[in-house]
Design a protein around this ligand. Structure first.
Ligand code: ATP
Ligand code: MG
Length: 878
């Protein structure tokens, strides 16, 4: 069975059993501060498990793009080394929300695997939770009994809390799980060692394929467990591992999921997979990593220097250096794999195919820049080698250097160790680990936050957001909790009814006031956690049960709306002017500014910018009324021409914002002006590049735009005054610049002549002491450059030279020392050291090379002493 049919069969199987099939959520997590990337199928249903949201469907199934490279699940270092852990993989899952439980889940797992996929029954093992004394938890004998219907006792194993008790995080829903493992070894091997001894033993051919989690508890902040009123099933099966089992392979990379990519790599580097472990690992790394990189970029996460962007950058760099070191890819190669991957997944995850050129371009730029870094890093290592060889010191590269290579050049330790070995050197790994630990501790401290349990103030079914229609509302607190970060306490509050817009879709969260009687509590920000609207306040009201009036800061909100609506107009204008390849790649909208990132491959010309601005301002003056439609079925919205953004999670019903159906139709959850005229004026203040293929426009509207124009005009006014009100101010400035250039040229000529004259003087005064030609003299010059030039000019005429010049330059003392190279060697003279000594006389400092050095200082009166001292030193040395 090919992988495509295997995936389809899974979905069909659960569809037939009443499951609603949903699309994969984006791999990049936007509305969950606790999770950068989707790392399990259940992530997108977190709100349901947490009870923040009712389940629309009791049964759901899907295939979910997952990434396990950070946080709780980090498999990165294993990937490629082993044959069954990936960075990005598909997790097939089925869910029951308060519907069926253990019995059906186990039954269907068994049916699907053995009857549909026809996996050999005698090679299947199940693990169940064996209980935990410390937690006072009983073994999950319910699951054990259920499995006994299908499996003999010896193929069911008890597992520890670590393997068989699943928790969402430090707090939240959790429960026992039952894992399904499969033994893919040969008959002979099985005879030697029975499968049950290999389960959960890191044997690449006896692997876990499916995990069925039975969520029945809630873990509270004090670590205690509380039974949940509704019990849920949450399962996850590794698609690539399943395909391996069904296709009877012993490595995920031998399946048709990875083989196209492996072949493509092999053809490009002229190596065959399966001949040499090192090249095999490298091929696996590349074929795996390109998936993680491509799908995350397609979902809107660009490689960058921080957070999620940095994670992607590291994965990409890991791939580049494996390719560089083991497959001989010295030129960018990864980007060439993007189209292959895009075609392979065109039907399941069309977002990649749709953005193939863009993704390829981003990867290419990253590769180019990292290959450059790699070369610099290699040169640095080469330098270290030379240093160690010439100093004949220890043959160990110290841990700090290894860490620097790792941290700034992206050189993993094993690469540094490998190159070091080639040079006959070693690395101090222990010290490196120490440096690593220090860094980890630092970032842990930075990130450490403490969150208490929610304190429930009143039972409330759902929360109502009224902020599209109202800026104030009568509200009650539903629940609150305390969050402590960096020693500062804040409270997060959920209201039953709220007019506060929570930061999302680029629009900043509302601020405002919660008022009860005389007491006013400031709302500092409003954020979303999944779909929960959280108001951030820094102190709790005296009576949390009171009735409140929730007031949004109106001025700020209205200014923000100007910018948000202007962003829509801008988006449409960009597509008009630049073409329909323009797609939104990010946006930020607040009361001051709007920032819009979009895919486009070249810098916008001033004409294009002007054109865009003109279109937007024309649309503003048309005063187009807002057409806002809520709860539009997604397909209908799309047929209206609304563009869905890649990497955005949409429900079945969406909100559509239209400013003239023939101009701007967008899916958007943000707040907008009632008519475009309110925006007043739109002004682009910058256009720049944020990443390969992504441009950024920053613009302002309304008051800010007006202030901007006023400021610019007043600068012109002042300029006119300074220039004594010329008729044409541009021409006046041009003339001024031309004049300045002319004068500069004259000065240069003068300085050069001045230097010439002084040089002639000095040459006449050369004294010879013991075969050394000595010039020690006071000179007055107009620039430091002239002094340097003078020293070099004298050197060109006089050999065996020992020259010290003490100069007054623009009323400051300066010293120049020039010593012929042969004297440096023979007489152990050093201009750099000497100038430091001499500079003390003028209260200054300086330095330079052995043959030439300069210094500056503060005390002009010391110049004569400099000359005396120089003479003294010379006497001493000869
Ligand atoms: P393992 O112990 O093998 O790392 P896990 O216990 O971390 O697996 P779960 O969190 O239970 O796995 O995830 C559910 C399923 O997802 C697993 O049964 C496995 O088939 C698959 N899976 C987990 N991690 C990976 C990975 N890094 N690459 C591919 N598949 C994976
Ligand atoms: Mg794991």
């Amino acid at each position: 069975m090919d992988s495509k049919s295997i995936r389809q069969k899974f979905l069909d199987f659960f569809k037939e059993r009443g499951h609603h099939i949903v699309p994969s959520a984006p791999i990049v997590n936007k509305n969950d501060p606790t999770l950068m990337f989707t790392n399990a199928g259940m992530n997108q249903f977190k709100d349901i498990f947490l009870g923040n949201q009712p389940a629309k469907y009791k049964r759901i199934a899907d295939t979910q793009k997952c990434l396990r490279v950070s946080g709780k699940h980090n498999d990165l270092e294993e990937v490629g080394i082993d044959t069954y852990h990936h960075t990005m993989f598909e997790m097939l899952g089925n869910w029951s929300f308060g519907d069926y439980f253990k019995e059906e889940a186990i039954k269907w797992s068994w049916e699907l695997l053995t009857e549909e996929y026809k996996l050999p029954k005698e090679r299947i093992y199940a693990t169940v939770f064996g209980g935990d004394k410390g937690e006072n938890l009983e073994p999950d004998n319910e699951s054990l009994e259920l499995w006994l219907k299908y499996l003999p006792k010896e193929r069911i194993l008890y597992g520890s809390k670590k393997d068989n008790f699943w928790e969402m995080g430090d707090q939240g829903p959790c429960g026992p799980c039952t894992e399904i493992h499969i033994d893919l070894r040969t008959e002979e091997e099985i005879k030697k060692v029975p499968g049950r001894d290999r389960v959960n033993n890191d044997d690449p051919r006896v692997v876990e394929i499916w995990n069925n989690v039975f969520i029945q508890y809630n873990r509270k902040a004090d670590k205690s467990l509380e039974p949940l009123p509704e019990k849920h099933v949450d399962t996850g099966m590794g698609f690539e591992r399943l395909v391996m089992a069904i296709q009877a392979k012993t490595s995920n990379y031998d399946t048709d999921v990875f083989q196209p990519m492996i072949k493509f790599i092999g053809d490009a580097c002229g190596k065959t997979y399966g001949k040499d472990l090192k090249t095999d690992i490298a091929m696996r790394v590349l074929s795996d990593h390109i998936r993680a990189i491509s799908f995350t970029i397609a979902d809107g996460q660009l490689p960058g220097n921080a957070k999620a962007g940095y994670v992607i950058r590291r994965i990409l760099r890991r791939a580049v250096r494996y390719g560089y070191t083991f497959l001989g890819f010295k030129e960018p190669f990864l980007n060439k794999m993007v189209p292959v991957l895009a075609n392979q997944f065109a039907e399941v995850f069309p977002e990649l195919k749709a953005q193939q050129d863009f993704v390829q371009k981003v990867v290419l730029e990253e590769e180019i820049s990292f290959l450059r870094t790699l070369e610099i890093g290699l040169k640095k290592l080469e330098q270290i080698r030379v240093n160690i060889e010439t100093s004949k010191g220890s043959k160990v590269i110290d841990g700090k250097t290894v860490f620097e290579l790792y941290d700034t050049f992206g050189f993993p330790v094993d690469l540094t160790a490998l190159i070091a070995r080639e040079y006959g050197l070693e690395i101090d790994e222990a010290e490196f680990e120490k440096e690593m630990a220090v860094q980890k501790e630092r970032s842990r401290k930075d990130a450490a936050t403490e969150t208490t349990d929610w304190v429930l103030v009143r039972e409330e079914e759902g929360v109502e957001f009224v902020g599209y229609d109202h800026l104030r509302a009568k509200s009650k607190i539903v629940k609150y909790r305390k969050v402590t970060a960096k020693g500062k306490d804040q409270y997060q509050v959920v209201l039953d009814t709220t007019p506060f817009y929570a930061e999302s879709g680029g629009q900043a969260g509302d601020t405002g006031v919660l008022q009860s009687g005389k007491e006013k509590i400031q709302v500092l920000d409003t954020k979303k956690e999944n779909d929960l609207i959280i108001h951030i306040i820094d102190k709790l009201p005296t009576d949390v049960k009171a009735d409140f009036e929730a007031n949004v800061n109106e001025k700020k909100r209205l200014l923000t709306e100007n910018n948000h609506s202007a962003t829509h107009l801008l988006h449409a204008a960009l597509r008009d002017v630049l073409g329909t390849h323009v797609a939104q790649k990010g946006s930020l909208v607040n009361d001051k500014v709007l920032r819009f990132d979009f895919s486009h491959f070249s810098k916008m010309t001033p004409e294009e910018i002007e054109k865009v601005e003109k279109i937007v301002n024309a649309k503003i003056r048309e005063n187009i009324p807002l057409n806002e439609r809520r709860n539009v079925p997604i397909n209908e919205a799309k047929s209206l021409g609304a563009m869905a953004l890649f990497g955005e999670k949409y429900g079945e019903f969406v909100r559509v914002i239209t400013f003239d159906p023939s101009y701007s139709v967008e899916l958007c959850g943000g707040t907008h002006v009632s008519a475009t005229g309110k925006i007043g004026l739109f002004k682009i203040v910058s256009e720049s590049s944020v990443a390969a293929g992504v441009r950024r426009i920053e613009a302002i509207t309304a008051d800010e735009a007006e202030t901007f124009v006023d400021t610019q005009l007043s600068i012109i006014e002042k300029l006119k005054e300074v220039l004594k009100n010329p008729k044409d101010i541009l021409k006046a400035v041009e003339e001024l610049t031309a004049e300045k250039a002319k004068l500069q040229k004259q000065i240069d000529e003068y300085v050069s002549k001045e230097g010439q004259g002084i040089k002639e003087e000095l040459l006449k005064k050369v004294e010879t002491v013991d075969g050394i030609n000595v010039v020690i003299s006071r000179v007055d010059l107009s620039s430091a450059d002239a002094l340097k030039q003078l020293a070099y000019d004298v050197k060109a005429k006089v050999d065996n030279l020992f020259l010290v010049l003490a100069a007054k330059i623009e009323d400051k003392p300066q010293i120049a020392v020039m010593i012929s190279e042969n004297l440096v060697a023979d007489k152990k003279l050093h201009a750099g050291n000497l100038v430091k000594e001499l500079a003390k006389e003028i209260q200054g400092g300086g330095g330079g090379q052995p043959f030439f050095a300069t210094a500056g200082g503060k005390d002009l009166t010391g110049l004569d002493k400099v000359l005396l001292k120089a003479k003294g030193v010379l006497k001493e040395k000869v």
